[in-house]
Every structure is written in structure tokens, then in C-alpha cells.
Design a protein around this ligand. Structure first.
Ligand SMILES: O=P(O)(O)OC[C@H]1O[C@](O)(CO)[C@@H](O)[C@@H]1O
Ligand SMILES: [Mg+2]
Ligand SMILES: [Mn+2]
Length: 455
């Protein structure tokens, strides 16, 4: 066990790291069971795309497709045989030197199980990216796009419901002050539970989930019971006092989760709680479902088009109105899309200021930075074995205390075996009846840190 006073590095987190060497951990299940499935799906996807090509004109792309499938299969083999990690090949990407450096400094002697899980998992997606980026004709290919698109299609019912809901809220400005508080809770929860659609856990929206997302008071109450710590009321108390009115989202998954986040962002703008929303997305395909700039543009595009063929003309109207308003935010600079390579780096967010000073000073200007989803949470708390009663502020380290640290809100459904900030007794109570409570995605935490503003 490392102590908090020694220097924190990717190989030496503030507590001992989650690792696949612990066979009872979710890190182990992920490494041995979930990754092989995820990787096999990449191969299937490339196979499908390749099959649709015309050999008389796309011969070279077909040939490259075979090489890609080969390299991906080799990657799977390395993982399953617990092979040593190797440096990322110099693929010319803007972040490749960081990866090579971190590898050489800390992980040269490690294998797929011995290195911290946070590193191996990020490294897996960076290795995958490298395979595509080193080709000529598949450089910009996203092997997860097909899955993202399918899940979005399947979320049709909830998408229409939310479009109607936000339309009603916006065209009815007579909602009283006290109701705004309830709406804030509702929309933040839509954004929170949207994360349950994460593709890497291979889950899909069930009919019940969809109903929960429709936002009636009863279902809201019900899902609220599964939020183990909820700081939303504290954030609500501050929201109307914000001077800057800039809110940032460090986004997570594309498709339905992104849609729910944008519904929330739309409401914040319409009600004057934010005048600008900065949306941080991933620069490369990441953890299967994460939003890239092209996923964001795709979403705006399909809402405008006839993507949902089964929608009635009335339903299409709601979507069109919403899409037009959202496109307007983008065009007028109210929604600002950003993708910094730090978010897909091997570093936990304890290193944000040190590794990405410009990004740090940028988010310092925000009134509230909302971190979505499980991986962002793992990176905030350094993915290590904190006692579950550790204060959130302690677990996010420098991001709570450093000069300029902005107010932070984590909206996280719990899908990994790390969680902090729980009241005494919760861990014991849940562990007694649900072995998988920490990583099943059933429970959530909503945690706030006020940061250390300059003024
Ligand atoms: O999209 P999210 O919520 O960050 O979840 C990412 C998934 O990847 C992991 O972080 C690791 O596989 C899981 O814990 C989680 O299922
Ligand atoms: Mg995911
Ligand atoms: Mn994700």
C-alpha cells in the first residue's frame, strides 16, 4: 500500500490500484470476459464493413481490412495470454509521445493483469486506435459507430418522450420558482441515468428504464432511492448565484446518454442558468460508446432528418423544433464543442493541471464542470482502493484543492469497484445482499466539490 505523501504517478496511485491480478475484482472480469467480447465485436464490425465494399474499386481498402482484423485478433491473443505490454507504435498521432513516455517510465515490465486496470483499459483503446490510424483508408473509421447507431435507434420511444417534455417546459414559461427546483432535479437525473445505456456493459434500455426516464414524479422518486449520495440540492442552491454562467460537461457516451445531456444543457440555457455550455468530447473512439466530435454532429444531423422512420408527423415536429434550437446554439456559440487529448490520455485527473495546463485554465473559468459516467469518475478518484467513506474531496485530490480548481459535479452510475463519499454503514448493508452492487450500474452517486476558485 502506498502512502498519500509519496509522489503520485500512474504506477503509484494514492491507494493501491485496482488490478486484474485480484481475481475477485471487476477488473479481472473485465479483462478476462468483457474485453474479449468487445474485441470480437470490433472484428465483426470490420468484417461487415469490408463485406459491403466493391472489390473492383475498393481493393486496397479490402486488403487493409484483412490486416486490421489480423492485428485486432493478435491484440486479443496478447490479452488472453497475459502477454507483456508493449509500447504504442509511433503512429504520428498528436498524443503518441505521451503514451510512449508513460509506457517507458512506468509500465515496461508489466503485463495485461499486473498493471493498474485504469492504465490497461485506456491502453487497450489506444492500441486499437493505433491499428486503424496506421492504415491509409481506415484512418477515420470508428469500429464502434455501428453499435452506437443501433442503440440510438432502439431508444426511439424515450427520445420522443424527452423531446415532448422539453418542448413543454420551454413553451410554458409560467413555471414557478419552486417548480424550477424540481425540474432541475429531474433533468439532472435524466442526464445521470442516461449513462445506464453504456454499450461496453452490453446493456440496452428495457421498457422499464424507458418509463423511468419519462420523468413522472413517482418514477423519479423510485430511481432517486438508488442514488447513494446526492449533492444535487447543494448545487441547486448555488446555481442561481453563479456569476459567469458558463457550465461545462465532460461528456461520456454518445447516442441516448448524449441526447439526455443535451436536453439538460438546453434547459440550463433556456432558463438562464448558463449562457454558454462547453461540451468536452473524446478525440478518438473510446470505451466503445464514448462521444467523439463526429458522434455529436451525427446526432444533430439525424434529429433533423428522417432517421426515425416510424415517427408520426407530430413526433417529427418535436424533433425538428429541438434540432433547430440545438443547431442554433452551436451556430451562435452557446454550445461549444471541445476535444482535448488529455481526456483519452493514460493519466488520471489528479494530473490535469500538471499534464494539460491549458485545459485546466480553460475549465477554471467555468462555474460548474459536470463529469458524466463511470470512467470519468474512475479517473477523478484515481481508480484505487479507497475506503468507501473517504470524502469525495479527498479522493479527487488536487482537482479539489489546487488554485483555480472549478466546482465539480460527478453524475455517475456505478460500474466499477471503486466508490467514495458514502455514509457509514452503506457498504456493509449493500454488500450483505448484493455482491455486485458497486459495478452493476443499478446504483449511482451525485457528488459535488466546490473547488478552489481564484476569486
Ligand atoms: O461509459 P462509462 O459510464 O464511462 O462506463 C464505461 C465502462 O467501462 C468501464 O469503466 C470499464 O470497463 C466500466 O467500469 C464501465 O462499464
Ligand atoms: Mg462505455
Ligand atoms: Mn463511456
Amino acid at each position: 500500500m502506498t502512502s498519500q505523501t509519496s509522489i503520485v504517478t500512474p504506477a503509484n496511485p494514492p491507494r493501491s490500484a485496482l488490478r486484474a491480478t485480484d481475481e475477485k475484482s471487476f477488473a479481472f472480469t473485465t479483462t478476462t470476459v468483457r474485453w474479449p467480447v468487445i474485441i470480437t465485436k470490433i472484428i465483426d464490425d470490420v468484417y461487415k464493413t469490408r463485406h459491403e465494399l466493391d472489390p473492383s474499386i475498393e481493393f486496397e481498402k479490402m486488403k487493409e481490412g484483412i490486416d486490421i482484423m489480423d492485428s485486432i485478433a493478435l491484440l486479443k491473443y496478447e490479452i488472453q495470454r497475459k502477454k507483456p505490454l508493449k509500447p504504442i507504435d509511433d503512429d504520428g498521432e498528436p498524443d503518441v509521445n505521451t503514451w510512449i513516455e508513460v509506457f517507458n517510465k512506468y509500465f515496461k515490465e508489466e503485463n495485461w493483469h499486473s498493471a493498474p486496470w485504469l492504465f490497461t483499459e485506456c491502453y487497450l483503446y489506444r492500441r486499437t486506435h493505433s491499428i486503424f490510424v496506421r492504415t491509409k483508408l481506415w484512418r477515420n473509421y470508428d469500429p464502434f459507430f455501428r453499435q452506437k447507431e443501433d442503440t440510438f435507434k432502439a431508444s426511439f420511444v424515450a427520445i420522443i418522450e424527452l423531446a415532448k417534455r422539453i418542448d413543454g417546459l420551454i413553451s410554458n414559461p409560467s413555471v414557478q420558482g419552486s417548480d424550477k427546483r424540481i425540474l432541475f432535479h429531474e433533468l439532472a437525473q435524466i442526464s445521470l441515468w442516461g449513462n445506464a445505456t453504456d454499450l461496453s456493459l452490453l446493456t440496452n434500455l428495457s421498457h422499464d428504464d424507458i418509463k423511468k426516464l419519462q420523468g413522472n414524479a413517482k418514477s423519479l422518486e423510485e430511481s432517486e432511492k438508488n442514488i447513494l449520495v446526492n449533492d444535487l440540492e447543494e448545487v441547486w442552491g448555488k446555481l442561481s448565484h453563479y456569476q459567469q454562467k458558463r457550465i461545462d460537461f465532460v461528456l461520456d457516451n454518445a447516442g441516448f446518454e448524449l441526447y439526455g445531456d443535451l436536453i439538460f444543457a438546453d434547459w440550463l440555457i433556456q432558463n438562464g442558468y448558463a449562457s454558454e455550455v462547453h461540451l468536452h468530447v473524446k478525440a478518438i473512439p473510446w470505451f466503445v460508446s464514448d462521444t467523439t466530435p463526429s458522434d455529436f454532429n451525427w446526432l444533430l444531423g439525424v434529429l433533423k432528418n428522417d432517421f426515425f422512420s416510424s415517427a408520426s408527423s407530430n413526433e417529427k415536429l418535436y424533433l425538428e423544433r429541438l434540432a433547430k434550437r440545438w443547431q442554433g446554439y452551436v451556430d451562435n456559440g452557446k454550445w461549444i464543442l471541445k476535444s482535448d487529448y488529455f481526456w483519452t490520455s493514460p493519466y488520471a485527473y489528479w494530473h490535469l493541471k500538471e499534464q494539460a495546463p491549458e485545459l485546466f485554465s480553460d475549465i477554471s473559468k467555468s462555474s460548474l464542470v459536470i463529469f458524466k459516467g463511470d470512467l470519468n469518475y474512475r479517473k477523478l478518484v484515481y481508480d484505487c482502493k479507497w475506503p468507501t467513506t473517504t470524502l469525495f474531496k479527498d479522493a479527487i485530490g488536487p482537482l479539489a484543492t489546487e488554485k483555480g480548481a472549478p466546482p465539480i459535479l460527478a453524475l455517475r452510475t456505478s460500474k466499477a469497484d471503486v466508490i467514495v463519499g458514502l455514509p457509514e454503514g452503506i457498504e456493509e448493508r449493500l454488500s450483505a445482499s448484493e455482491e455486485d452492487w458497486m459495478f452493476s450500474g443499478k446504483y449511482a452517486v451525485v457528488q459535488f466539490s466546490e473547488g478552489n476558485r481564484l476569486n
